[in-house]
Design a protein around this ligand. Structure first.
Ligand SMILES: *[C@@H]1O[C@H](CO)[C@@H](O)[C@H](O)[C@H]1NC(C)=O
Ligand SMILES: *[C@@H]1O[C@H](CO)[C@@H](O)[C@H](O)[C@H]1NC(C)=O
Length: 214
């Protein structure tokens, strides 16, 4: 279970080499320039999106390394096996591994989690109906960057963890993740990809009963 929207991987990786995330970033991105390139799923689109936001890329020299060059080299080096674009998860499947991803973000494109899901589906040549046995992706609408967005974003890490435990120990896979927005009280059952929530067209849109996963 991991959340692609946060810098969890960065923090885990920094724990691995026993440095603070900041000095890890400086040492391993700015100097060696190899670590984070594999994390950027789509070099071209990320670069253009980043360039639009940052008028002068030279103000952030590490971005030039991370996104602008050394792409193939970094993929080849793949330090700590940190590449996040592996599509063949058959070994994980054969161990009856279970994988829950949830994502929505206004900074880090949720489309990358969908692309990864589709990539696994294509690489292993199994449709979502079968991939459901192993890998479920939940798109949390209106989550924001890890928290605090406009939607029913409070899904509760313990709820997600409980879902994982029920899936592994009782074979009951989660079909939705329940979220709340405490201010103004809306709640929502977030669907698993590729299903999406559709409003019935009537009824109180703040209530989960007014929506269906289709
Ligand atoms: C809560 O609802 C009120 C009334 O519709 C609105 O003015 C306010 O902005 C809402 N607060 C949030 C945090 O959405
Ligand atoms: C819709 O549901 C929310 C959450 O329960 C509630 O706060 C709100 O008053 C409801 N709106 C209407 C029009 O019933």
């Amino acid at each position: 279970m991991f959340q692609t929207g946060c810098l969890l991987l960065l923090i885990l990786a920094s724990l691995f080499v026993q440095q603070s995330p900041k000095s890890f970033m400086v040492n391993h991105i700015q100097k060696h320039t190899t670590l984070f390139v594999p994390l950027v799923v789509d070099k071209a689109s990320t670069l253009s999106r980043t360039s639009r936001k940052i008028s002068n890329l030279n103000e952030f020299p590490f971005l030039n390394y991370v996104i602008g060059s050394d792409w193939a080299y970094s993929q080849a080096v793949n330090p700590f096996n940190i590449d996040t674009w592996k599509g063949d998860l058959s070994q994980f499947k054969s161990r009856i591994g279970k994988h829950i991803t949830w994502h929505s973000d206004r900074l880090i494109s949720p489309a990358n989690s969908e692309r990864y899901y589709d990539h696994v589906s294509h690489t292993m040549n199994i449709p979502p109906s079968e991939l459901d046995d192993q890998h479920r992706l939940f798109r949390i609408s209106g989550l924001g960057h890890c928290r605090g967005g406009d939607g029913a974003w409070a899904i509760g890490q313990t709820n997600v963890l409980s879902s994982m435990i029920r899936w592994v120990e009782e074979g009951k896979a989660p079909n939705t993740l329940f979220g709340r927005k405490y201010v103004n009280g809306s709640s929502r059952r977030h669907c698993r990809y590729p299903l999406r929530n559709q409003y019935h067209g009537s009824g109180n849109s703040s209530l989960p009963e007014s929506w269906t996963c289709r």
